[in-house]
Design a protein around this ligand. Structure first.
Ligand code: BGC
Length: 258
């Protein structure tokens, strides 16, 4: 394992950073192998999660690694050219903030910032549950991350269609993520069965609209897939994510290369 001082020396190494509603996680990533080059470093996301506080924390994370190479970052909102377009579960003050420019200016490096679910999807397609479909003719794959919100990443023949926000489709008259996210299971104290049926309803909506060949279910809860997969009644194949905790970080780094 390389020392922190040397961690940017490997050619394919990119510092991957996953900004989430509860934590900011980062590690140098070998983007050829899809592996972390050192144990990930995590800090709590400051509350309230305003740009000022979170950016200060983010700079601290990059400094922790004494990083001199490129940085790839995932953020839970629509991202275009480094700029935040939406922030459903963080402070609305984020809208219009260019995170890429902030990182580049502060650390004198090259940076890329993409949507967090797109990042997780890139990692699963390249190194995890979507590998077999990551090619021309691979069909339609929808990665769905169940966490604080619901994130989606759509792949058509291995190509990412960026910034899909299918977690916000209407279901039962409300925003779907307020019914079927993993956080809602906890807040509403839903049984696995009750929540599993909501997830099934959500995925069936998606199936009606997109007819995916494969659903990849990610987010921390995907490690408990045996508890809710029995309630999923879809025509498409459904698998759980394989990279679990690392997908966000690895995918954020991969985002720097697409
Ligand atoms: C956001 C998405 C994000 C997802 C998962 C949603 O509320 O709108 O951009 O990918 O949560 O974090």
């Amino acid at each position: 394992m390389p020392s922190r001082e040397k961690s940017s020396s490997k050619k394919s190494a990119i510092l991957g950073i996953d900004i989430g509603g509860t934590g900011i996680k980062a590690a140098p990533v070998d983007t050829e192998k899809g592996a972390l080059l050192a144990e990930r470093y995590r800090i709590d996301t400051p509350r309230p999660a305003t740009p000022k506080k979170v950016l200060a924390a983010l700079h601290g994370v990059i400094d922790h690694w004494k990083w001199e190479g490129s940085v790839g970052c995932g953020f839970p909102g629509v991202m275009k050219d480094g700029e935040v377009y939406t922030a459903a579960n963080l402070s609305k003050k984020w809208i219009g903030v260019n995170i890429r420019d902030e990182i580049e200016k502060f650390h004198n490096c090259k940076a890329t910032v993409i949507n967090d679910a797109d990042a997780a999807g890139l990692a699963e397609m390249k190194f995890g549950a979507g590998m077999k479909r990551n090619n021309p003719g691979g069909g339609v794959v929808l990665m769905v991350t169940l966490g604080t919100g619901i994130g989606t990443a759509l792949f058509v023949d291995g190509q990412l269609v960026r910034n899909t926000e299918f977690g916000h489709i209407e279901m039962d008259g409300v925003d779907a993520e307020t019914r079927a996210s993993a956080l809602q299971r906890e807040i509403q104290k839903l049984s696995w069965k009750k929540w599993g049926k909501r997830v099934d309803k959500y995925l069936r909506h998606m199936e009606r609209y997109l007819s995916p060949d494969l659903f990849i279910i990610g987010g921390g809860v995907s490690s408990s897939s045996d508890k809710f997969f029995p309630y999923l009644k879809l025509r498409a194949e459904v698998v759980h994510a394989e990279m679990l905790n690392d997908a966000g970080i690895v995918g954020a780094a991969l985002g720097h290369q697409i």
